[in-house]
Ligand binder design. Structure first.
Ligand SMILES: *[C@@H]1O[C@H](CO)[C@@H](O)[C@H](O)[C@H]1NC(C)=O
Ligand SMILES: *[C@@H]1O[C@H](CO)[C@@H](O)[C@H](O)[C@H]1NC(C)=O
Ligand SMILES: *[C@@H]1O[C@H](CO)[C@@H](O)[C@H](O)[C@H]1NC(C)=O
Ligand SMILES: *[C@@H]1O[C@H](CO)[C@@H](O)[C@H](O)[C@H]1NC(C)=O
Ligand SMILES: *[C@@H]1O[C@H](CO)[C@@H](O)[C@H](O)[C@H]1NC(C)=O
Ligand SMILES: *[C@@H]1O[C@H](CO)[C@@H](O)[C@H](O)[C@H]1NC(C)=O
Ligand SMILES: *[C@@H]1O[C@H](CO)[C@@H](O)[C@H](O)[C@H]1NC(C)=O
Ligand SMILES: *[C@@H]1O[C@H](CO)[C@@H](O)[C@H](O)[C@H]1NC(C)=O
Ligand SMILES: [Ca+2]
Length: 545
């Protein structure tokens, strides 16, 4: 479905030369609900305790490439059109490179606010593929580029270093997280500090499969087991969609011990990330740059291990998979725990706001004033299930069905994904409400809905037991959100915000920033010709569910 497109000319106003640096750390598959932040003690000390800890941050899509695209562009999946982890699904595809990559936060910060930009780590899963430019393709907006070719690995991988492929082997010094740390130090040490601010993005592979800790952290969590949440390995869950119902439940002890091992190894991989954060923090401190640097720490998606007797993965609409950590520290941010609901699509506007740049997106800035973030917000979560690319040889009966994928013999042949594991959900959090409503695009048009105020572990699907009226309203709101663009992604379900959110983002009142240092704001006015797809949507003023 291709929406009608109206091209708007928009302006970007750079009101002051920003002086604040930005360090964004994006981990791979780090959950929040299964205590995925526990190993990050330094990170919690240095960033968390000095800044804002967001307790209700949700991904736009519980999968790597689509959500990384949402972080980079501030757009929901239906707007950036990266729908899965393959080139055909828009992951680092030619279309992405042409239409989305020129307007990532990096491209805008560099072009409009004069930032010097640095990227080291995993980018988009298909980045570096020969069909889409290989290692020679350096995405628009990056001055220093060290992007991983392909998906997360810890050893034996290649990076594109400023467009030239460099391979890394199996030696201790090749450990990817440590390589990122060293590249970051090179960049910081080369930074002269006197003129332009910098943006650093650090995207380590942890705690993604294959869960390889640095040698020095091997077995650090020997006695740690997968978290036994109340929904862990429960035997009956007939109210879930077909993929969760499929296969044996509960899982036998032999599988649980494998899950325990994966859980602890994930934590062990994170210890090197915690060290990376400390290393970067310390070196900025030595360079006397801390007081003018923002840190943002998040993950591209969450993770489940054993919930509802599913082995381990993301790709599901449950809290384990859709919640991610988010910490922000920096000048003017007072230590606080923020419960306002926020999304991965908000990171874009937040980073631009730090630099005083405005550009339309589906999210809102979190930087402005945490207290004033909407307390009542409905967020969108979209996921398109993948099929097998070729006939799998897992040895499971499902090998004949190309519509399912990621089936593992040593996990009782349970499959982690299927083409019809495709869903969209609205997740609402407000002082009164805490719920999710999902509709699957499968033969049953299956509905899952939970009232998390009374059912934190999503044990009871109320999708079919709620009254017809509320279900109809949920459906309408979901339909609006899955078609939203720009401000309508807020307006569609937050009518009171109508006056708060003007028609174009450039009308947005600028927030004042608290800064200690940096260069003076010489006033500049830059005009850019921007193309933005904008569709005004009917706004409901009906009371919300
Ligand atoms: C990458 O390019 C930047 C900017 O030109 C340069 O300063 C840096 O030294 C290069 N990095 C490497 C490892 O060659
Ligand atoms: C690293 O080890 C793997 C598995 O042993 C091997 O296939 C690969 O060739 C090695 N890579 C390098 C660069 O030596
Ligand atoms: C953890 O277990 C492994 C074997 O399973 C053992 O080699 C290692 O010494 C143990 N480490 C600690 C810290 O207990
Ligand atoms: C990814 O999405 C594209 C576009 O919808 C589709 O053609 C392709 O089959 C999907 N890939 C997988 C592995 O499901
Ligand atoms: C796979 O899904 C397609 C529709 O997406 C359907 O036409 C086909 O029959 C399915 N194949 C199997 C083996 O179920
Ligand atoms: C989803 O697809 C799988 C694999 O083709 C099929 O076995 C299953 O019946 C489908 N379920 C629904 C609810 O569409
Ligand atoms: C920012 O500061 C200026 C001057 O001090 C003031 O007029 C303006 O209202 C402030 N803006 C906000 C959003 O607080
Ligand atoms: C800022 O501007 C004032 C006057 O406009 C000047 O005195 C001061 O030195 C400037 N500070 C910096 C850091 O450039
Ligand atoms: Ca991921």
């Amino acid at each position: 479905m291709q929406p009608a497109v109206l091209f708007l000319v928009s302006s970007i106003y750079l009101l002051s030369v920003a002086s604040e640096n930005i360090v964004l750390i994006i981990t791979d598959d780090q959950d929040l609900t299964l205590d995925g932040m526990t190993p990050m003690t330094q990170t919690q000390n240095l960033i968390g305790q000095h800044g804002a800890t967001f307790t209700n941050c949700f991904v736009a899509s519980p999968i790597c490439c689509p959500n990384r695209a949402s972080i980079l562009t501030g757009r929901y999946q239906h707007n950036h059109l990266t729908v899965n982890n393959t080139i055909a699904g828009g992951c680092s595809s030619a279309e992405w490179q042409q239409s989305q990559e020129p307007a990532t936060f990096a491209a805008l910060l560099r072009k409009v606010a004069g930032y010097k930009t640095f990227y080291a780590g995993k980018y988009l899963n298909e980045y570096g593929n020969g069909k889409v430019g290989g290692a020679a393709h350096v995405p628009v907006g990056w001055d220093w580029w060290a992007g991983l070719l392909g998906n997360s690995k810890y050893y034996d991988y290649s990076l594109s270093i400023n467009g030239t492929e460099r391979t890394y082997g199996n030696g201790t010094s090749d450990y990817f997280t440590d390589v990122i740390s060293n590249l970051a130090l090179d960049f910081i040490n080369a930074h002269t500090g006197d003129q332009v601010p910098f943006l650093m993005v650090l995207a380590p592979p942890a705690p993604h499969a294959p869960f390889t800790p640095a040698d020095r952290y091997n077995n650090k969590y020997n006695s740690t087991k997968a978290k036994r949440t109340p929904n862990f390995n429960i035997p009956v869950h007939q109210d879930k969609h077909w993929l969760v119902r499929h296969g044996p439940a509960p899982l036998p002890e032999s599988v649980l011990s494998k899950l325990d091992e994966i859980y602890r190894r994930r934590w062990e991989t994170l210890l090197a990330v915690d060290e990376l954060v400390k290393t970067v923090y310390t070196s900025l401190k030595k360079r006397n740059l801390l007081h003018e640097t923002y840190f943002v720490y998040t993950s591209d998606n969450g993770y489940h291990i054993g919930q509802f007797s599913m082995p381990m993965d993301k790709r599901q609409p449950y809290e384990t998979d859709i919640r991610v950590p988010l910490l922000i520290s920096g000048p003017g941010i007072v230590p606080a725990t923020i419960s306002a609901p926020v999304s991965s699509v908000d990171i874009f506007a937040t980073l631009l706001d730090i630099a005083g740049v405005e550009y339309p997106s589906d999210g809102i800035t979190l930087f402005k004033k945490h207290d004033n973030l909407p307390e009542d917000r409905t967020l969108l979560i979209e996921y398109r299930g993948e099929r097998s690319k070729q006939r799998p040889s897992s040895g499971c009966p499902s090998d004949n069905d190309l519509n399912v994928t990621l089936c593992m013999k040593d996990m009782m042949c349970k499959c982690q994904d299927a083409a019809n594991n495709t869903f969209s959900c609205i997740r609402r959090i407000s002082p009164d409400f805490n719920n999710i409503f999902c509709v699957f695009e499968d033969n049953q048009k299956f509905i899952e809905a939970y009232d998390l105020n009374v059912d934190e572990y999503q044990l009871t699907n109320i999708g079919y037991t709620m009254k017809k009226g509320p279900r109809h309203k949920y459906r309408q709101r979901l339909a609006r959100m899955t078609a939203c663009q720009g401000v309508s992604c807020i307006l569609a379900v937050f009518p009171k915000a109508r006056t708060d959110y003007p028609a174009t983002r450039s009308d947005y009142p600028r927030a004042n920033r608290t800064t200690n240092g940096g260069s003076n704001g010489s006033r500049l006015l830059l005009e850019l010709l921007l193309v933005f797809i904008f569709i005004p949507l009917a706004i409901s003023t009906r009371p919300l569910l």
